[in-house]
Design a protein. Structure first.
Length: 269
């Protein structure tokens, strides 16, 4: 397996050497778990996710989706990813239909990076149970939630919960009727720092060959008909902001998505 570049000062916020080393160790933990770590998000992909966050937030505040919003969105994704990409096809579709844009905003309007959210003490079991309850209406499946962390964690709960929600929603959508989705958090240490290793497993058909999985973390890459392909790009961006790494293990028996998130400690934001 190829070496994965850890998140560092070239990404979204400066990291001291200790946290950079911890993230490097966390990527190693993913590999030992059988997962393929996601590449560090490219700067242009992060700009796309952030720009979409701002655009959707503006649209939600206005309580309407104008033709100007549609054109701005189409221009954003067309310029960045070209007319032959899924982005270009999606832009053309929503330009033709305001109802398609309404549906898109309804599905992804919760995308917020929560940059100013202050860390707080939370229990991972509460976060896992809350997300499972929110996703329970999305499909007919059973949830198995396990929290093996030993004490509360200090982290940005809203941002971590939104990243987790994207992965659990994907698992529910991939799981056959009456199937099982497992969500589990374990306490681990990476580079001497306390961290949570969260796994979300489904019993779906898998995501394809390992060589194709790196591209899944980029915006507008999806095998789902009618979807924009932004969920995993959002997760990768959130994990870089939170101080964590993500990865995937997939075969014909199902897919397990991984997140390792470092505790915030006494960092000030």
């Amino acid at each position: 397996m190829e070496t994965v570049r850890p998140y560092d000062a070239r990404d979204f916020r400066p990291l001291d050497a200790a946290r950079a080393n911890a993230l490097r160790d966390a990527a190693g933990l993913l590999v030992r778990s059988g997962a393929r770590p996601a590449p560090a998000p490219a700067e242009e992909d992060v700009r796309t996710v952030r720009s979409l966050d701002a655009l959707l937030a503006q649209s939600a505040r206005a309580a309407r989706h104008s033709s100007g919003t549609i054109r701005a969105y189409a221009s954003l994704i067309g310029d960045g990813y070209g007319p032959g990409s899924n982005a270009g096809r999606w832009a053309a579709r929503i330009e033709r239909s305001a109802s398609d844009l309404d549906e898109f905003v309804a599905r992804t309007g919760a995308l917020r990076l929560c940059d100013r959210e202050a860390p707080s003490e939370v229990r991972w079991g509460d976060v896992l149970a809350h997300v499972a309850a929110r996703c329970g209406s999305l499909g007919v499946c059973t949830f198995e939630v396990t929290d093996r962390t030993r004490a509360p964690f200090r982290l940005r709960r809203e941002l971590a919960g939104r990243a987790l929600f994207q992965l659990v929603r994907n698992a529910v959508e991939a799981t056959p009727r009456k199937g099982l989705v497992r969500i589990r958090a374990d306490e681990v240490h990476a580079g001497g720092m306390r961290a949570a290793h969260v796994r979300i497993s489904d019993t779906g058909p898998g995501m394809g060959s390992p060589d194709s999985m790196d591209g899944l973390w980029k915006p507008f890459v999806t095998g789902k008909q009618g979807h924009a392909g932004l969920g995993l790009a959002y997760v990768a961006t959130c994990l870089a902001v939170l101080g964590g790494v993500c990865g995937v293990r997939s075969d014909r028996t199902g897919t397990t998505m991984h997140m390792i998130i470092l505790e915030e400690g006494e960092l000030s934001w």
